[in-house]
Design a protein around this ligand. Structure first.
Ligand SMILES: Cc1cc2nc3c(=O)[nH]c(=O)nc-3n(C[C@H](O)[C@H](O)[C@H](O)COP(=O)(O)OP(=O)(O)OC[C@H]3O[C@@H](n4cnc5c(N)ncnc54)[C@H](O)[C@@H]3O)c2cc1C
Length: 526
Protein backbone atom coordinates (compact mmCIF):
# COMPACT_ATOMS: atom_id res chain seq x y z
CA UNK A 1 0.00 0.00 0.00
CA UNK A 2 1.37 3.40 -0.99
CA UNK A 3 1.68 6.14 1.60
CA UNK A 4 -1.19 8.63 1.47
CA UNK A 5 -0.12 12.25 1.77
CA UNK A 6 -2.95 14.46 3.04
CA UNK A 7 -2.20 18.06 2.11
CA UNK A 8 -4.00 20.38 4.54
CA UNK A 9 -4.67 23.75 2.94
CA UNK A 10 -7.61 25.81 4.20
CA UNK A 11 -9.22 22.90 6.07
CA UNK A 12 -7.34 22.85 9.37
CA UNK A 13 -9.44 20.25 11.19
CA UNK A 14 -9.96 16.50 11.50
CA UNK A 15 -13.75 16.53 11.80
CA UNK A 16 -15.79 16.56 8.57
CA UNK A 17 -12.59 16.12 6.59
CA UNK A 18 -13.43 13.85 3.66
CA UNK A 19 -9.93 13.65 2.10
CA UNK A 20 -8.40 12.50 5.39
CA UNK A 21 -10.92 9.71 5.89
CA UNK A 22 -10.70 8.57 2.26
CA UNK A 23 -6.88 8.61 2.37
CA UNK A 24 -6.85 6.56 5.57
CA UNK A 25 -8.83 3.83 3.81
CA UNK A 26 -6.08 3.55 1.19
CA UNK A 27 -2.93 3.27 3.29
CA UNK A 28 -0.74 4.83 6.01
CA UNK A 29 -1.27 8.56 6.25
CA UNK A 30 1.20 11.44 6.19
CA UNK A 31 -0.60 14.68 7.22
CA UNK A 32 1.20 17.63 5.62
CA UNK A 33 0.99 21.42 5.78
CA UNK A 34 3.21 23.54 3.57
CA UNK A 35 4.17 27.13 4.45
CA UNK A 36 4.81 28.61 1.01
CA UNK A 37 7.17 31.64 1.16
CA UNK A 38 6.02 33.03 -2.19
CA UNK A 39 2.37 32.97 -1.14
CA UNK A 40 3.23 35.26 1.76
CA UNK A 41 4.68 37.86 -0.56
CA UNK A 42 1.35 38.30 -2.40
CA UNK A 43 -0.37 41.69 -2.09
CA UNK A 44 -3.48 40.23 -0.43
CA UNK A 45 -1.64 38.41 2.42
CA UNK A 46 -0.69 39.68 5.84
CA UNK A 47 0.88 38.57 9.07
CA UNK A 48 -2.58 38.62 10.65
CA UNK A 49 -3.63 35.72 8.39
CA UNK A 50 -0.49 33.80 9.26
CA UNK A 51 -1.06 34.29 12.99
CA UNK A 52 -4.54 32.81 12.73
CA UNK A 53 -3.21 29.90 10.68
CA UNK A 54 -0.32 29.38 13.08
CA UNK A 55 -2.59 29.03 16.11
CA UNK A 56 -4.86 26.72 14.09
CA UNK A 57 -1.89 24.55 13.11
CA UNK A 58 -0.84 24.25 16.75
CA UNK A 59 -4.32 23.01 17.54
CA UNK A 60 -4.33 20.58 14.61
CA UNK A 61 -0.90 19.33 15.69
CA UNK A 62 -2.33 18.68 19.16
CA UNK A 63 -5.29 16.75 17.72
CA UNK A 64 -3.06 14.58 15.55
CA UNK A 65 -0.66 13.91 18.43
CA UNK A 66 -3.55 12.61 20.49
CA UNK A 67 -4.07 10.03 17.72
CA UNK A 68 -0.38 9.11 17.92
CA UNK A 69 0.80 11.00 14.83
CA UNK A 70 2.36 14.26 13.73
CA UNK A 71 1.38 17.02 11.36
CA UNK A 72 4.40 17.36 9.11
CA UNK A 73 4.91 21.08 8.52
CA UNK A 74 7.35 22.07 5.81
CA UNK A 75 8.54 25.40 4.43
CA UNK A 76 9.12 25.67 0.70
CA UNK A 77 7.38 25.63 -2.63
CA UNK A 78 4.87 22.80 -2.93
CA UNK A 79 6.51 20.90 -5.77
CA UNK A 80 9.89 21.12 -4.10
CA UNK A 81 8.39 19.70 -0.87
CA UNK A 82 6.52 16.91 -2.69
CA UNK A 83 9.67 16.01 -4.61
CA UNK A 84 11.56 15.80 -1.34
CA UNK A 85 8.91 13.46 0.10
CA UNK A 86 8.92 11.28 -3.00
CA UNK A 87 12.65 10.78 -2.50
CA UNK A 88 12.18 9.93 1.19
CA UNK A 89 9.05 7.76 1.10
CA UNK A 90 8.78 6.61 -2.52
CA UNK A 91 5.61 6.81 -4.63
CA UNK A 92 2.55 8.15 -2.81
CA UNK A 93 -0.99 9.32 -3.44
CA UNK A 94 -1.93 12.91 -2.70
CA UNK A 95 -5.21 14.01 -1.08
CA UNK A 96 -6.65 17.45 -0.48
CA UNK A 97 -9.74 19.60 -0.77
CA UNK A 98 -10.28 21.68 -3.88
CA UNK A 99 -9.19 25.23 -3.18
CA UNK A 100 -10.95 28.30 -4.55
CA UNK A 101 -8.23 30.82 -3.85
CA UNK A 102 -6.51 33.71 -5.56
CA UNK A 103 -4.76 33.65 -8.94
CA UNK A 104 -1.51 32.63 -7.26
CA UNK A 105 -2.91 29.49 -5.57
CA UNK A 106 -4.81 28.65 -8.77
CA UNK A 107 -1.58 28.78 -10.81
CA UNK A 108 0.27 26.80 -8.12
CA UNK A 109 -2.40 24.07 -8.20
CA UNK A 110 -2.10 23.80 -11.97
CA UNK A 111 1.64 23.30 -11.60
CA UNK A 112 1.03 20.62 -8.98
CA UNK A 113 -1.42 18.85 -11.33
CA UNK A 114 1.15 18.79 -14.08
CA UNK A 115 3.97 17.68 -11.74
CA UNK A 116 1.79 14.85 -10.39
CA UNK A 117 1.02 13.75 -13.94
CA UNK A 118 4.67 13.63 -14.88
CA UNK A 119 5.59 11.74 -11.72
CA UNK A 120 2.67 9.30 -11.96
CA UNK A 121 1.18 10.49 -8.65
CA UNK A 122 -2.59 10.50 -8.21
CA UNK A 123 -3.92 13.71 -6.71
CA UNK A 124 -7.42 13.25 -5.30
CA UNK A 125 -9.03 16.69 -4.88
CA UNK A 126 -12.45 16.54 -3.19
CA UNK A 127 -15.13 19.27 -3.37
CA UNK A 128 -15.14 21.80 -0.53
CA UNK A 129 -17.81 23.91 1.22
CA UNK A 130 -20.68 23.45 -1.23
CA UNK A 131 -18.67 24.79 -4.17
CA UNK A 132 -19.12 22.89 -7.43
CA UNK A 133 -16.15 22.75 -9.82
CA UNK A 134 -16.54 22.93 -13.60
CA UNK A 135 -20.06 24.35 -13.49
CA UNK A 136 -20.99 26.15 -16.70
CA UNK A 137 -23.79 28.30 -15.29
CA UNK A 138 -25.77 28.71 -12.09
CA UNK A 139 -28.82 26.59 -12.94
CA UNK A 140 -29.18 23.85 -10.35
CA UNK A 141 -26.25 25.04 -8.21
CA UNK A 142 -28.32 25.85 -5.09
CA UNK A 143 -29.85 22.36 -5.03
CA UNK A 144 -26.40 20.79 -5.36
CA UNK A 145 -25.06 22.98 -2.54
CA UNK A 146 -28.00 22.22 -0.26
CA UNK A 147 -27.61 18.48 -0.81
CA UNK A 148 -24.00 18.76 0.40
CA UNK A 149 -25.08 20.76 3.47
CA UNK A 150 -27.73 18.18 4.37
CA UNK A 151 -25.50 15.12 3.99
CA UNK A 152 -24.07 13.82 7.27
CA UNK A 153 -20.71 15.22 8.36
CA UNK A 154 -17.74 12.92 7.96
CA UNK A 155 -16.74 11.88 11.50
CA UNK A 156 -13.25 12.66 12.81
CA UNK A 157 -11.09 9.52 12.85
CA UNK A 158 -10.76 7.89 16.26
CA UNK A 159 -7.60 6.14 15.13
CA UNK A 160 -5.28 6.60 12.20
CA UNK A 161 -2.43 4.55 10.79
CA UNK A 162 0.39 7.06 10.30
CA UNK A 163 3.35 6.66 8.02
CA UNK A 164 6.41 5.96 10.16
CA UNK A 165 9.56 7.97 9.48
CA UNK A 166 13.00 6.47 9.88
CA UNK A 167 13.94 9.42 12.10
CA UNK A 168 10.82 10.62 13.93
CA UNK A 169 12.73 13.09 16.04
CA UNK A 170 14.15 14.87 13.02
CA UNK A 171 10.69 15.00 11.41
CA UNK A 172 9.29 16.56 14.59
CA UNK A 173 12.05 19.14 14.78
CA UNK A 174 11.51 20.14 11.16
CA UNK A 175 7.79 20.63 11.82
CA UNK A 176 8.32 22.75 14.90
CA UNK A 177 10.87 24.92 13.14
CA UNK A 178 8.60 25.41 10.10
CA UNK A 179 5.72 26.39 12.37
CA UNK A 180 7.51 28.73 14.73
CA UNK A 181 10.01 30.45 12.43
CA UNK A 182 8.97 34.00 11.57
CA UNK A 183 7.90 34.80 8.02
CA UNK A 184 10.43 37.09 6.40
CA UNK A 185 9.18 40.65 5.91
CA UNK A 186 6.07 40.26 8.05
CA UNK A 187 5.47 41.86 11.40
CA UNK A 188 2.68 41.87 13.92
CA UNK A 189 -0.02 44.53 13.48
CA UNK A 190 -2.92 44.84 15.86
CA UNK A 191 -4.90 42.19 17.65
CA UNK A 192 -5.74 38.86 16.03
CA UNK A 193 -8.67 36.59 16.66
CA UNK A 194 -7.53 33.27 18.13
CA UNK A 195 -7.52 30.36 15.70
CA UNK A 196 -7.84 26.62 16.13
CA UNK A 197 -10.70 24.18 16.16
CA UNK A 198 -11.20 24.19 19.92
CA UNK A 199 -11.54 27.96 19.86
CA UNK A 200 -13.85 27.74 16.83
CA UNK A 201 -16.14 25.27 18.61
CA UNK A 202 -16.31 27.54 21.65
CA UNK A 203 -17.22 30.52 19.45
CA UNK A 204 -19.92 28.47 17.69
CA UNK A 205 -21.34 27.26 21.00
CA UNK A 206 -21.54 30.74 22.54
CA UNK A 207 -23.15 32.09 19.37
CA UNK A 208 -25.82 29.40 19.19
CA UNK A 209 -26.54 29.31 22.92
CA UNK A 210 -26.65 33.03 23.64
CA UNK A 211 -25.05 35.63 21.35
CA UNK A 212 -27.33 34.97 18.37
CA UNK A 213 -30.50 36.03 20.17
CA UNK A 214 -29.89 39.64 19.00
CA UNK A 215 -28.18 38.77 15.73
CA UNK A 216 -30.25 40.69 13.18
CA UNK A 217 -31.01 43.61 15.46
CA UNK A 218 -27.34 44.33 15.95
CA UNK A 219 -25.75 43.11 12.73
CA UNK A 220 -25.20 46.59 11.28
CA UNK A 221 -24.03 48.28 14.47
CA UNK A 222 -20.27 48.74 14.29
CA UNK A 223 -19.71 48.36 18.03
CA UNK A 224 -21.98 45.66 19.43
CA UNK A 225 -22.10 43.53 16.27
CA UNK A 226 -18.65 42.27 17.25
CA UNK A 227 -20.39 40.46 20.11
CA UNK A 228 -23.63 39.37 18.47
CA UNK A 229 -22.44 38.32 15.01
CA UNK A 230 -21.19 34.77 14.90
CA UNK A 231 -17.48 35.76 14.41
CA UNK A 232 -17.03 32.44 12.65
CA UNK A 233 -15.75 33.88 9.38
CA UNK A 234 -12.03 33.31 9.99
CA UNK A 235 -12.72 29.79 11.27
CA UNK A 236 -14.58 29.05 8.07
CA UNK A 237 -11.96 30.72 5.88
CA UNK A 238 -9.19 28.50 7.27
CA UNK A 239 -11.44 25.50 7.78
CA UNK A 240 -11.09 24.90 11.50
CA UNK A 241 -14.86 24.31 11.25
CA UNK A 242 -16.72 23.22 8.12
CA UNK A 243 -19.62 25.24 6.76
CA UNK A 244 -21.68 22.07 6.84
CA UNK A 245 -21.14 21.37 10.52
CA UNK A 246 -21.98 24.98 11.38
CA UNK A 247 -25.12 24.90 9.26
CA UNK A 248 -26.24 21.62 10.82
CA UNK A 249 -25.56 22.82 14.37
CA UNK A 250 -27.51 26.03 13.67
CA UNK A 251 -30.39 24.05 12.13
CA UNK A 252 -30.57 21.80 15.21
CA UNK A 253 -30.61 24.79 17.55
CA UNK A 254 -33.20 26.51 15.37
CA UNK A 255 -35.47 23.45 15.52
CA UNK A 256 -35.19 23.32 19.33
CA UNK A 257 -36.06 27.00 19.64
CA UNK A 258 -38.96 26.71 17.22
CA UNK A 259 -40.45 23.96 19.42
CA UNK A 260 -40.37 26.09 22.55
CA UNK A 261 -43.72 27.68 23.39
CA UNK A 262 -42.60 31.26 24.16
CA UNK A 263 -42.63 33.86 21.35
CA UNK A 264 -39.07 34.98 22.15
CA UNK A 265 -37.78 31.57 21.11
CA UNK A 266 -39.63 31.69 17.79
CA UNK A 267 -38.04 35.08 17.14
CA UNK A 268 -34.62 33.69 18.07
CA UNK A 269 -35.15 30.78 15.66
CA UNK A 270 -35.72 33.35 12.89
CA UNK A 271 -32.39 35.00 13.73
CA UNK A 272 -30.71 31.66 13.14
CA UNK A 273 -32.49 31.30 9.83
CA UNK A 274 -31.03 34.67 8.79
CA UNK A 275 -27.59 33.45 9.88
CA UNK A 276 -27.97 30.25 7.83
CA UNK A 277 -28.91 32.33 4.77
CA UNK A 278 -25.59 34.08 5.10
CA UNK A 279 -23.79 30.76 5.18
CA UNK A 280 -25.52 30.03 1.87
CA UNK A 281 -24.44 33.41 0.48
CA UNK A 282 -20.92 32.51 1.40
CA UNK A 283 -21.01 29.42 -0.79
CA UNK A 284 -22.73 31.47 -3.52
CA UNK A 285 -19.97 34.09 -3.55
CA UNK A 286 -17.11 31.61 -3.46
CA UNK A 287 -18.79 29.79 -6.34
CA UNK A 288 -18.50 33.01 -8.39
CA UNK A 289 -14.72 33.04 -8.07
CA UNK A 290 -14.59 29.31 -8.75
CA UNK A 291 -16.44 29.82 -12.04
CA UNK A 292 -14.64 32.99 -13.03
CA UNK A 293 -11.22 33.39 -11.39
CA UNK A 294 -10.68 36.58 -13.42
CA UNK A 295 -13.00 38.50 -11.06
CA UNK A 296 -9.98 39.03 -8.82
CA UNK A 297 -8.69 41.45 -11.48
CA UNK A 298 -11.43 42.26 -13.95
CA UNK A 299 -14.87 43.81 -13.56
CA UNK A 300 -17.67 41.25 -13.84
CA UNK A 301 -19.34 43.49 -16.40
CA UNK A 302 -16.74 44.45 -19.01
CA UNK A 303 -18.36 47.86 -19.63
CA UNK A 304 -16.96 49.13 -16.31
CA UNK A 305 -13.41 48.00 -16.95
CA UNK A 306 -11.80 51.39 -17.56
CA UNK A 307 -14.33 53.47 -15.63
CA UNK A 308 -12.16 54.49 -12.68
CA UNK A 309 -8.65 53.13 -13.29
CA UNK A 310 -6.51 56.09 -14.26
CA UNK A 311 -8.43 58.61 -12.15
CA UNK A 312 -7.65 57.16 -8.71
CA UNK A 313 -6.08 59.89 -6.57
CA UNK A 314 -3.16 58.96 -4.36
CA UNK A 315 -4.04 61.52 -1.66
CA UNK A 316 -7.62 60.17 -1.40
CA UNK A 317 -6.31 56.62 -1.26
CA UNK A 318 -3.91 57.48 1.57
CA UNK A 319 -6.63 59.31 3.51
CA UNK A 320 -8.96 56.31 3.21
CA UNK A 321 -6.30 53.73 4.06
CA UNK A 322 -5.04 55.66 7.07
CA UNK A 323 -8.49 56.51 8.46
CA UNK A 324 -8.30 60.25 8.06
CA UNK A 325 -10.97 61.13 5.50
CA UNK A 326 -12.66 63.55 7.89
CA UNK A 327 -15.80 61.37 8.04
CA UNK A 328 -15.81 60.00 11.60
CA UNK A 329 -17.60 56.71 10.96
CA UNK A 330 -15.44 55.88 7.94
CA UNK A 331 -12.26 56.66 9.86
CA UNK A 332 -13.38 54.84 13.02
CA UNK A 333 -14.19 51.74 10.91
CA UNK A 334 -10.77 51.80 9.29
CA UNK A 335 -8.92 52.30 12.57
CA UNK A 336 -10.96 49.62 14.30
CA UNK A 337 -10.11 47.23 11.46
CA UNK A 338 -6.45 48.05 11.83
CA UNK A 339 -6.70 47.31 15.53
CA UNK A 340 -8.89 44.19 15.45
CA UNK A 341 -9.02 42.65 11.97
CA UNK A 342 -12.80 42.39 11.87
CA UNK A 343 -15.75 44.62 11.24
CA UNK A 344 -19.36 43.89 10.43
CA UNK A 345 -20.79 43.54 6.92
CA UNK A 346 -22.51 46.92 6.67
CA UNK A 347 -19.38 48.79 7.70
CA UNK A 348 -17.29 46.84 5.16
CA UNK A 349 -19.84 47.85 2.52
CA UNK A 350 -19.72 51.46 3.71
CA UNK A 351 -15.91 51.61 3.57
CA UNK A 352 -15.90 50.27 0.02
CA UNK A 353 -18.83 52.40 -1.15
CA UNK A 354 -17.13 55.54 0.17
CA UNK A 355 -13.81 54.63 -1.47
CA UNK A 356 -15.41 53.66 -4.78
CA UNK A 357 -18.03 56.41 -5.20
CA UNK A 358 -17.10 59.41 -3.07
CA UNK A 359 -13.36 59.04 -3.62
CA UNK A 360 -13.68 57.38 -7.04
CA UNK A 361 -10.93 54.88 -6.26
CA UNK A 362 -10.62 51.75 -8.36
CA UNK A 363 -11.61 48.63 -6.41
CA UNK A 364 -8.42 46.89 -7.50
CA UNK A 365 -6.48 49.44 -5.50
CA UNK A 366 -8.57 49.16 -2.35
CA UNK A 367 -9.36 45.41 -2.28
CA UNK A 368 -5.85 44.27 -1.23
CA UNK A 369 -5.83 46.83 1.62
CA UNK A 370 -8.92 45.31 3.22
CA UNK A 371 -7.82 41.77 2.32
CA UNK A 372 -4.73 42.32 4.46
CA UNK A 373 -6.72 43.81 7.31
CA UNK A 374 -9.49 41.17 7.43
CA UNK A 375 -8.38 38.14 9.43
CA UNK A 376 -11.17 36.29 7.63
CA UNK A 377 -9.97 37.20 4.11
CA UNK A 378 -11.73 34.84 1.70
CA UNK A 379 -11.00 35.67 -1.96
CA UNK A 380 -14.36 34.43 -3.30
CA UNK A 381 -16.45 36.63 -1.00
CA UNK A 382 -14.00 39.48 -1.03
CA UNK A 383 -13.74 40.21 -4.73
CA UNK A 384 -17.44 39.54 -5.39
CA UNK A 385 -18.41 41.94 -2.60
CA UNK A 386 -15.88 44.56 -3.67
CA UNK A 387 -17.31 44.51 -7.16
CA UNK A 388 -20.89 44.68 -5.89
CA UNK A 389 -20.17 47.56 -3.54
CA UNK A 390 -18.29 49.39 -6.30
CA UNK A 391 -21.08 49.06 -8.86
CA UNK A 392 -19.17 47.10 -11.50
CA UNK A 393 -21.14 43.85 -11.73
CA UNK A 394 -23.97 45.17 -13.92
CA UNK A 395 -26.39 42.87 -12.06
CA UNK A 396 -26.63 44.51 -8.63
CA UNK A 397 -28.30 47.70 -7.42
CA UNK A 398 -25.87 50.57 -7.03
CA UNK A 399 -25.80 51.68 -3.38
CA UNK A 400 -24.07 54.91 -2.51
CA UNK A 401 -24.20 55.10 1.25
CA UNK A 402 -24.39 58.48 2.91
CA UNK A 403 -21.58 58.34 5.53
CA UNK A 404 -23.30 60.81 7.85
CA UNK A 405 -26.72 59.13 7.77
CA UNK A 406 -25.10 55.73 8.34
CA UNK A 407 -23.23 57.20 11.28
CA UNK A 408 -26.37 58.66 12.87
CA UNK A 409 -28.32 55.48 12.27
CA UNK A 410 -25.79 52.90 13.41
CA UNK A 411 -23.73 54.74 16.03
CA UNK A 412 -26.24 57.34 17.26
CA UNK A 413 -24.36 58.36 20.39
CA UNK A 414 -20.96 58.13 18.72
CA UNK A 415 -19.69 55.49 21.17
CA UNK A 416 -17.88 53.54 18.49
CA UNK A 417 -16.48 56.70 16.92
CA UNK A 418 -15.12 57.96 20.24
CA UNK A 419 -13.51 54.59 20.96
CA UNK A 420 -11.41 54.71 17.79
CA UNK A 421 -11.02 58.45 17.25
CA UNK A 422 -9.82 59.76 20.61
CA UNK A 423 -9.31 63.19 19.03
CA UNK A 424 -13.11 63.52 18.82
CA UNK A 425 -13.83 62.29 22.32
CA UNK A 426 -14.80 65.68 23.67
CA UNK A 427 -17.21 66.65 20.93
CA UNK A 428 -20.88 66.78 21.96
CA UNK A 429 -23.20 64.11 20.50
CA UNK A 430 -24.79 66.53 18.03
CA UNK A 431 -21.43 67.20 16.39
CA UNK A 432 -19.80 63.78 16.60
CA UNK A 433 -21.03 62.75 13.12
CA UNK A 434 -20.12 66.08 11.49
CA UNK A 435 -17.18 67.61 13.41
CA UNK A 436 -16.57 70.18 10.65
CA UNK A 437 -19.76 71.94 11.82
CA UNK A 438 -18.23 72.78 15.20
CA UNK A 439 -17.38 76.46 15.78
CA UNK A 440 -13.83 75.40 16.38
CA UNK A 441 -13.35 71.93 14.81
CA UNK A 442 -10.81 69.64 16.56
CA UNK A 443 -7.36 70.65 15.32
CA UNK A 444 -5.91 67.14 15.20
CA UNK A 445 -8.72 65.74 13.01
CA UNK A 446 -8.80 66.51 9.25
CA UNK A 447 -11.63 68.33 7.50
CA UNK A 448 -13.70 66.16 5.08
CA UNK A 449 -11.65 65.06 2.11
CA UNK A 450 -14.69 65.55 -0.17
CA UNK A 451 -18.14 67.03 0.30
CA UNK A 452 -20.25 63.91 0.36
CA UNK A 453 -23.40 65.02 -1.44
CA UNK A 454 -21.47 66.62 -4.31
CA UNK A 455 -19.14 63.62 -4.54
CA UNK A 456 -22.05 61.17 -4.66
CA UNK A 457 -23.81 63.24 -7.33
CA UNK A 458 -20.63 63.33 -9.33
CA UNK A 459 -20.25 59.54 -9.09
CA UNK A 460 -23.83 59.01 -10.26
CA UNK A 461 -23.28 61.25 -13.23
CA UNK A 462 -20.07 59.48 -14.18
CA UNK A 463 -21.73 56.07 -13.92
CA UNK A 464 -24.99 56.74 -15.70
CA UNK A 465 -23.73 56.51 -19.30
CA UNK A 466 -22.30 53.06 -18.69
CA UNK A 467 -25.71 51.57 -17.93
CA UNK A 468 -27.19 52.22 -21.36
CA UNK A 469 -27.66 50.28 -24.56
CA UNK A 470 -28.45 46.83 -25.84
CA UNK A 471 -24.86 45.66 -25.67
CA UNK A 472 -24.71 46.55 -21.97
CA UNK A 473 -27.93 44.62 -21.32
CA UNK A 474 -26.79 41.58 -23.29
CA UNK A 475 -23.53 41.45 -21.38
CA UNK A 476 -25.36 41.89 -18.06
CA UNK A 477 -27.57 38.93 -18.96
CA UNK A 478 -24.49 36.87 -19.62
CA UNK A 479 -22.99 37.83 -16.22
CA UNK A 480 -26.26 36.85 -14.58
CA UNK A 481 -26.45 33.54 -16.48
CA UNK A 482 -23.00 32.61 -15.31
CA UNK A 483 -22.76 34.09 -11.83
CA UNK A 484 -26.14 35.42 -10.67
CA UNK A 485 -28.22 33.96 -7.87
CA UNK A 486 -31.25 31.96 -9.02
CA UNK A 487 -32.99 32.59 -5.70
CA UNK A 488 -36.44 33.81 -6.70
CA UNK A 489 -37.94 35.73 -3.77
CA UNK A 490 -41.12 34.19 -2.40
CA UNK A 491 -44.10 36.53 -1.81
CA UNK A 492 -43.26 37.22 1.85
CA UNK A 493 -39.62 37.76 1.07
CA UNK A 494 -40.53 39.98 -1.88
CA UNK A 495 -42.60 42.17 0.45
CA UNK A 496 -39.89 42.24 3.11
CA UNK A 497 -37.38 43.14 0.41
CA UNK A 498 -39.58 45.95 -0.88
CA UNK A 499 -39.78 47.35 2.67
CA UNK A 500 -36.04 47.02 3.09
CA UNK A 501 -35.42 48.74 -0.23
CA UNK A 502 -37.57 51.70 0.75
CA UNK A 503 -35.59 51.94 3.99
CA UNK A 504 -32.31 51.65 2.16
CA UNK A 505 -33.36 54.44 -0.21
CA UNK A 506 -33.99 56.71 2.73
CA UNK A 507 -30.61 55.88 4.19
CA UNK A 508 -28.53 56.47 1.10
CA UNK A 509 -27.80 59.57 -0.89
CA UNK A 510 -29.31 57.74 -3.81
CA UNK A 511 -30.07 54.20 -4.73
CA UNK A 512 -29.31 54.48 -8.39
CA UNK A 513 -31.23 51.53 -9.64
CA UNK A 514 -30.31 52.09 -13.23
CA UNK A 515 -33.38 51.47 -15.32
CA UNK A 516 -31.56 48.88 -17.40
CA UNK A 517 -30.85 46.80 -14.39
CA UNK A 518 -34.35 47.06 -13.02
CA UNK A 519 -35.83 46.04 -16.34
CA UNK A 520 -33.62 42.98 -16.32
CA UNK A 521 -34.83 42.18 -12.79
CA UNK A 522 -31.34 41.05 -11.96
CA UNK A 523 -30.86 42.16 -8.39
CA UNK A 524 -29.53 39.69 -5.89
CA UNK A 525 -29.17 39.61 -2.14
CA UNK A 526 -26.33 41.42 -0.47
C1 LIG B 1 -16.40 44.59 0.76
C2 LIG B 1 -16.66 43.33 1.56
C3 LIG B 1 -15.64 42.40 1.67
C4 LIG B 1 -15.88 41.22 2.39
N1 LIG B 1 -14.84 40.32 2.50
C5 LIG B 1 -15.03 39.19 3.19
C6 LIG B 1 -13.96 38.25 3.33
O1 LIG B 1 -12.86 38.44 2.82
N2 LIG B 1 -14.20 37.13 4.08
C7 LIG B 1 -15.42 36.88 4.64
O2 LIG B 1 -15.59 35.84 5.30
N3 LIG B 1 -16.45 37.75 4.49
C8 LIG B 1 -16.30 38.89 3.81
N4 LIG B 1 -17.35 39.78 3.69
C9 LIG B 1 -18.70 39.38 4.13
C10 LIG B 1 -19.09 39.69 5.58
O3 LIG B 1 -18.90 41.03 5.88
C11 LIG B 1 -18.36 38.80 6.57
O4 LIG B 1 -18.51 37.44 6.20
C12 LIG B 1 -18.92 38.90 7.99
O5 LIG B 1 -18.90 40.23 8.41
C13 LIG B 1 -18.07 38.04 8.90
O6 LIG B 1 -18.47 38.11 10.24
P1 LIG B 1 -19.29 36.92 10.95
O7 LIG B 1 -18.61 35.62 10.75
O8 LIG B 1 -19.55 37.33 12.34
O9 LIG B 1 -20.60 36.94 10.06
P2 LIG B 1 -22.08 36.43 10.35
O10 LIG B 1 -23.00 37.57 10.11
O11 LIG B 1 -22.19 35.72 11.62
O12 LIG B 1 -22.31 35.42 9.12
C14 LIG B 1 -21.99 34.04 9.18
C15 LIG B 1 -21.13 33.66 8.01
O13 LIG B 1 -21.84 33.88 6.80
C16 LIG B 1 -20.94 34.33 5.79
N5 LIG B 1 -21.37 35.68 5.38
C17 LIG B 1 -21.91 36.64 6.15
N6 LIG B 1 -22.22 37.72 5.42
C18 LIG B 1 -21.88 37.42 4.16
C19 LIG B 1 -21.96 38.12 2.94
N7 LIG B 1 -22.49 39.35 2.86
N8 LIG B 1 -21.50 37.54 1.83
C20 LIG B 1 -20.99 36.30 1.87
N9 LIG B 1 -20.89 35.57 2.99
C21 LIG B 1 -21.33 36.13 4.12
C22 LIG B 1 -19.55 34.35 6.40
O14 LIG B 1 -18.90 33.14 6.13
C23 LIG B 1 -19.86 34.48 7.88
O15 LIG B 1 -18.85 33.94 8.68
C24 LIG B 1 -17.14 40.98 2.97
C25 LIG B 1 -18.15 41.95 2.86
C26 LIG B 1 -17.90 43.12 2.17
C27 LIG B 1 -18.99 44.14 2.05
Amino acid sequence: MHPQVVWFKRDLRLHDHAPLLAAAAHGPVLPLYIVEPELWTQADRSFRHWQFIQSSLRDLQHALRSLGGVLQIERGEVIEVLRHFKKRIGPFELWSYEETGNAWTFARDRQVVSWCRTEGIRWHELPANGVVRRLRNRDGWAAARNAVMQAPCVPAPTQLRFLAFANEELANDRSSAALEEPIVGMASAGRVQAGGRREGLAVLESFLQSRSSRYMRTISKPGISARHCSRLSAHIAYGTLSVREIDQAAAARQALLADEPNPGSAEWARQLQAFRSRLAWRCHFVQKLEQQPAIEFRCMHPAFEGMRGSESRADFFDAWREGRTGYPLIDACMRSLQANGWITFRMRALLVSFASYHLWLDWRLTAPVLAQLFTDYEPGIHYSQFQMQSGVTGINAVRIYNPVKQSIEHDPEGKFIRRYLPELRDLPDELIHEPWKADSPPRDYPPPVVEHEAAARDARQKMAPYWRGKEFRDQAREVFRKLGSRNRPTETRRRAKARATTKAKAATVATTSASTQMSLGLDEAD
